[in-house]
Design a protein around this ligand. Sequence first.
Ligand SMILES: [Cu+2]
Length: 159
Amino acid sequence: MIKTKFSYESRRSRLFLAYMAIAVSVTLTSLSGPAYAAAEFTVYKSPWCGCCSKWVDHLQANGHMVTTKDIENLDTIKKMAGVPERLQSCHTAIVDGYVVEGHVPAKDITRLLAERPKAKGLAVPGMPAGSPGMEGSAPDKYDVMLFKTDGSADVFSRH
Ligand SMILES: [Cu+2]
């Protein structure tokens, strides 16, 4: 009898906790508004690239939709996307008319899509440690570059 009562109580408190968790996440989602708007990405990456897949996980964890295209030679994609050679990295993504090259944090992409500057896209050249998908070793300092059609680029954010 006591046992039954106990399990009933704990079930009720578990339900209450679950209800609270939903309420909190709904509140957070509505408060954050466009900052959490999901975008649709197409990511071109090499089939053997582990850090590229981890970056895709990072996008998905931030609520974005991602289609991946495994391609062995990405040079053509990068050329077509207009990524200057000095800004190139492993994967190349297309989102909402912009190009995203390399391990760019989702937060910067959200800002790009909100501000919509006249530019080709964002790039994190190389593969700096500590950028999304490149966690593990001691983090590097790195810049996210906003690049234009003419190949020029400015610092968009520093990490
Ligand atoms: Cu990489």
